[in-house]
Write a protein that binds this ligand. Structure first.
Ligand code: PGA
Length: 249
């Protein structure tokens, strides 16, 4: 996996209350995981996770507003996430694209705001099953990458996650060949935009029904630098083996 940082990222989505903070302990206690470990809890738990992790794992947000502050009831800015101790933010997740109508342009503007606040963006792209069945996977992923990644982006603060919509929360996972094809295509597209050397530094995560039993095969793929994990990140007993598989890859 070259010399790129490898990242095991957990996305708790709208799950978790203070009773679940205990799930952090086994993760934070991993003495040498061999990769970066990140949990993105609901915003209500960011401060408590940061305090409990005490620097041993990274904590991130699941979205941010494009503005730094202002009259936007219910929203959270990138600067606020940073202030709470977050180092990363997930942007353009398919659930936000679907539930909140987020366009590539909106995601791109948020990515710029995240960068300005000093956050690393985990930018999500991925096709629906219909799009895959129509043979449009690479076209969809490429268009999302082109539209969502800021042109003058700081490559060091960018992670891209390939998350096929049909694989999220379904237990369905693309074949290794399908994942490898998309990851190689994303790397090539990023190289066209940013040059091969910079593109080679961008960690590319796979996300969608990653579990302990399928993680080793996924992490063995050449352009896969980690995972964005939803359901299996909620319990330490599920997530720790995934972190270990990445560390051992
Ligand atoms: P899942 O979610 O692991 O539950 O499929 C992945 C994601 O949405 O990031």
């Amino acid at each position: 996996m070259a010399d790129r940082r490898r990242l095991a990222a957990g996305n708790w989505k709208m799950n978790g209350t203070s009773a679940d903070l205990v799930e952090l302990d086994a993760l934070a206690d991993l003495s040498d995981p061999g990769c970066d470990v990140l949990i993105c809890p609901p915003a209500t738990l960011i401060g408590a996770l940061v305090a409990r992790a005490n620097g041993r794992i990274h904590v991130g947000g699941q979205d941010c507003h494009v503005a730094a502050s202002g009259a936007h009831t219910g929203d959270i800015s990138a600067a606020m996430l940073r202030d709470a101790g977050a180092t990363h933010v997930i942007l353009g997740h398919s659930e936000r694209r679907a539930d909140h109508g987020e366009t590539d342009a909106a995601v791109r503007a948020k990515a710029k705001a995240a960068q300005a606040a000093g956050l690393t963006t985990i930018l999500c792209v991925g096709e629906t099953l219909d799009q895959r069945d129509r043979g449009e996977t690479m076209a969809v992923v490429t268009a999302q990458l082109d539209g969502s990644v800021p042109e003058d982006g700081d490559i060091a603060a960018l992670v891209v996650a390939y998350e096929p919509v049909w694989a999220i929360g379904t237990g369905k996972v693309p074949s290794p060949d399908q994942i490898a094809e998309v990851h190689a295509g994303m790397r090539e597209r990023l190289a066209q935009r940013f040059g091969a050397a910079d593109a080679a530094r961008i960690p590319l995560l796979y996300g969608g029904s990653v579990k302990a039993d399928n993680a080793p095969a996924i992490f063995a793929l050449p352009d896969v630098d980690g995972a964005l994990v939803g359901g299996a990140s909620l319990k330490a007993s599920d997530f720790v083996p995934i972190v270990r598989a990445l560390g051992a890859a």
